[in-house]
Design a protein. Structure first.
Length: 281
């Protein structure tokens, strides 16, 4: 009997229960935000958000919509817990990261509520493994408050454009400087590494540019060490939305299409490294 058809054990009421025919859809998204050991999971009727933070400077969110799951039931208005992301990924890939053609690992995930473990039932080829992962009190998360009304500049780029940039720019640089402007250079990425300065410009009519909405010229620097974890999501994505607010906070939203053609999103928020003076530009 498929996991999605199995009722909970008699008398058990789960705050969260979900099933997925292919656990790889979940594990690949979680790997894209796995740059710290622990994550906070937040479930509502619309889906699951997994948040990872580091040093109050960077935050990553993986959004898995309820429609991705074969079953997704949240009995309360919202369910929230902290969990070891490393252990969760180990469990999700317990049968290996690459299945034989035509086979996949089915997943049923259950959580009874505060203080209880997250239970995973994984099945592949008739073999079922049960994992119980302890949950913890969630930490208070940063609120970057990135609502659309506060966005100053926004572009949407095909991901291959950003992948090429990271391959060509000098990653010995401590910072990545991003310039977004309604006038030339429009969108510029700059590094300042051992080999000197490097700049990569994208005109607004570039084939890689899908949308260009820049209201004012902004130049901000971001620590490359903070941005590097987002390259995991970039590698999986087909498009990336790059947004900044008036303070220079950066949002990188990656659109990821899974093997079944379903769309999910991974978003990274990063604070600017420093204010740039006119003399430095």
């Amino acid at each position: 009997m498929p996991f999605s058809a199995q009722p909970p054990a008699s008398g058990e009421r789960y705050a969260l229960s979900a099933s997925l025919d292919n656990a790889r859809h979940l594990s690949s998204l979680l790997r894209a935000v796995h740059f710290q050991d622990h994550a906070t999971c937040f479930a509502t009727a619309s889906g699951l958000r997994v948040t990872v933070e580091d040093a109050k400077c960077i935050q990553a969110n993986a959004f898995i919509q309820a429609e991705i799951f074969q079953e997704f039931v949240v009995q309360e208005e919202s369910v929230m817990f902290r969990i070891s992301l490393s252990v969760l990924l180990d469990c999700l890939t317990i049968f290996g990261t690459s299945s034989l053609p035509g086979t996949s690992t089915a997943l049923r995930m259950c959580y009874r509520g505060y203080g209880y473990p997250l239970m995973l039932f994984l099945e592949e080829g008739g073999v079922v493994t049960v994992c119980k992962i302890n949950t913890q009190e969630p930490d208070e998360l940063l609120d970057f408050d990135f609502c659309s009304t506060k966005v100053v500049n926004k572009i949407i780029l095909q991901s291959e454009g950003l992948r090429e940039a990271f391959a060509e720019l000098d990653m010995t640089s401590e910072v990545l400087q991003i310039t977004m402007s309604p006038d030339k250079p429009y969108f510029r990425l700059s590094t300042f590494g051992n080999a000197g300065s490097a700049h990569l410009d994208y005109p607004r009519d570039s084939d890689l540019m899908e949308a260009f909405h820049c209201n004012q010229t902004q130049t901000n620097r971001y620590k490359i060490s903070l941005l590097k974890p987002s390259t995991k999501a970039l590698a999986l994505s087909c498009k990336v939305s790059i947004r900044t607010d008036a303070q220079g906070f950066l949002s990188l939203q990656y659109m990821i299409r899974n093997e079944d053609g379903q769309i999910c999103f991974v978003e990274y928020y990063c604070c600017p490294d420093e204010n740039i003076t006119e003399a430095e530009l």
